[in-house]
Design a protein around this ligand. Structure first.
Ligand code: NAD
Length: 267
């Protein structure tokens, strides 16, 4: 198998849907053996990867549970024998998540358990294997933590628990990058702007809500999953071999602009 991830083993959380699914398919096309770890059913993406001639397996995993993550990493090592790439993509944005005065405790807790603790737990169980793999191959292993553009700027359409969780992902990314920089593991964050995956589609079901966001995107359109996954692929591959602790923002210009252009989106 050739490709930018040829011969590598990739563990992808939340790979059954949205950005994770497109990532799993792309990583497999680029030569990786992919383990999809999700609480949801991954059979559709597994079939798609098999049809395209790629290599993938799946394991049921709740990233907020230490035992579940430990078991999923063990399955990965038994199945593929190495671990070069960790793509911490699983995340939730819950519908009752709002401003600090009215976001329920259970929403805050669940969001932090999945989006923050989930990243820590996969790192806890994957990193020892990623260090061993790096020693064997002589190439650094790579972790990409999916944060969000809301880790870099605020919005008056609040999901305060979600925003807090993504800020924490960025902070953990920098710290882990520093810890492991001489031990064989690079750690970077991918910060997507809004992309119409199932996660976002349920919040933006009516046109007024979509327009309220689009006016703040300089390019005038939402992102496509492949436009984010290409960034993840760069960070996970050896092409970014001297890059660690960084945040790659792919957002149609949102975080760079105060006033956005008028007129139709480029097409
Ligand atoms: P999605 O809802 O389409 O997919 C999320 C996947 O995570 C699903 O397959 C789901 O089953 C899985 N998942 C949820 N909880 C889990 C758990 N406890 N354990 C294991 N798997 C679990 O979402 P998406 O839009 O593809 O989002 C992927 C990542 O990108 C998330 O971290 C999200 O916060 C981030 N993100 C998305 C956008 C966007 O606009 N879509 C923007 C910025 C950041």
């Amino acid at each position: 198998m050739t490709g930018r991830l040829a011969g590598k083993v990739a563990f992808i959380t939340g790979g059954a849907s949205g950005l994770g699914r497109v990532g799993a398919e792309r990583f497999a096309t680029e030569g990786a053996s992919v383990m999809i770890a999700d609480i949801g059913d991954a059979s559709d993406v597994l079939n798609a990867i098999a049809r395209a001639g790629g290599t993938a397996a799946s394991v049921s995993c709740d990233v907020s549970s230490d035992a579940s993550v430990r078991a999923a990493i063990e399955v990965t090592m038994k199945t593929f024998g190495n671990l070069h790439v960790l793509y911490n993509n699983a995340g939730v944005m819950l519908s009752a998540d709002d401003d600090p005065t009215n976001t329920p405790d259970d929403v805050i807790q669940t969001t932090l358990d999945i989006n923050v603790k989930g990243v820590l737990l996969t790192c806890r169980h994957a990193i020892p294997h990623m260090i061993e793999t790096a020693k064997r191959t002589g190439e650094m292993s790579s972790i990409v933590n999916v944060a969000s553009f809301v880790a870099h700027l605020g919005a008056a359409t609040p999901q305060i628990a979600y925003t807090a969780s993504k800020g924490a992902v960025l902070a953990m990314t920098r710290e882990m990058a520093a810890i492991y920089a001489r031990r064989g593991v690079r750690v970077n964050a991918l910060c997507p702007g809004p992309v119409m995956t199932p996660l976002l589609a349920k919040f933006l079901s009516d046109d007024a809500k979509r327009q309220r966001r689009l006016v703040h995107i300089p390019m005038g359109r939402f992102g496509e999953p492949h436009e984010l996954v290409t960034g993840a692929l760069f960070l996970e591959s050896n092409e970014s071999s001297w890059m660690t602790g960084q945040s790659l923002i792919i957002d149609g210009g949102i975080t760079s602009a105060y006033v956005t252009p008028e007129g139709p989106a480029w097409s």
